[in-house]
Design a binder for this molecule. Structure first.
Ligand code: GTP
Length: 192
């Protein structure tokens, strides 16, 4: 079977979050079932994963993991324009990381204009007791964005697959409803 016959769509999605919130560990857990403790991202890295959104509809997820360090942001921006979905990741035990995704959300919306990116929020490291972000305020922010919210842990594996599935279904539904559209020079969603 040739590669293009293995899936019907390709969705580009990007993981955005402050330094050290655990983006790379989430991705590693999802794609390889591993928890590496630390995997520093320089700039941006890419992973492919196939997911079935409904029986017979296989999607190739092209997942871009970005470095949280400020110095990489300008290098990441051009890739954001070609993204269908953004996973905004923050650390439930780090208030500054929640403020970071609020700020980055606004930036992403400005960068992609006049197009749309669909968001989801991940409150990460939920295995720990320490919490600095109140659940009500996250849910309020998620509802402002019309974005699903989930709490996950790469360490235990809790809700990691669910997070990617939620975002994929959000993009798929957005595509079916016309909320996000194909555009000639905009390779967010590809048929094969
Ligand atoms: N308690 C806990 N710690 C985690 C979890 N996931 C990752 N960590 C820790 O968080 C730290 C940062 O993880 P990374 O995946 O490298 O973070 P990142 O967001 O990709 O960081 P940058 O590449 O610098 O942007 C590491 O020390 C991990 O061990 C988790 O689910 N629970």
């Amino acid at each position: 079977m040739n590669r293009s016959a293995q899936f019907l769509y390709r969705f580009k999605m990007m993981m955005i979050g402050d330094n050290n919130v655990g983006k790379s560990c989430i991705l590693k857990r999802y794609t390889e079932g591993l928890y590496p403790e630390r995997c520093v991202t320089i700039g941006i890295s890419l992973c492919n994963h196939i997911l079935e959104v409904e029986p017979g509809v296989r999607v190739n997820l092209q997942i871009w993991d970005t470095a949280g360090h400020e110095s990489f942001w300008s290098a990441i921006c051009p890739s954001i324009r070609q993204t269908a979905g953004c996973m905004l990741v923050f650390d439930l035990g780090d208030r500054a990381s929640f403020n970071y995704i609020k700020y980055r959300h606004m930036e992403v919306c400005n960068i992609v204009q006049p197009y749309t990116v669909l968001f989801m929020l991940v409150g990460h490291k939920c295995d720990r007791e320490k919490r600095k972000v109140n659940q009500d305020e996250v849910e309020e922010f998620a509802s402002e964005l019309g974005a699903p919210y989930i709490e996950a842990s790469a360490k235990t594996g809790h809700n990691v697959a669910e997070a990617f599935e939620l975002l994929t279904r959000r993009i798929y539904q957005g595509y079916l409803s016309g909320e996000v559209r194909l555009h000639e020079s905009w390779e967010k969603i590809h048929n094969k």
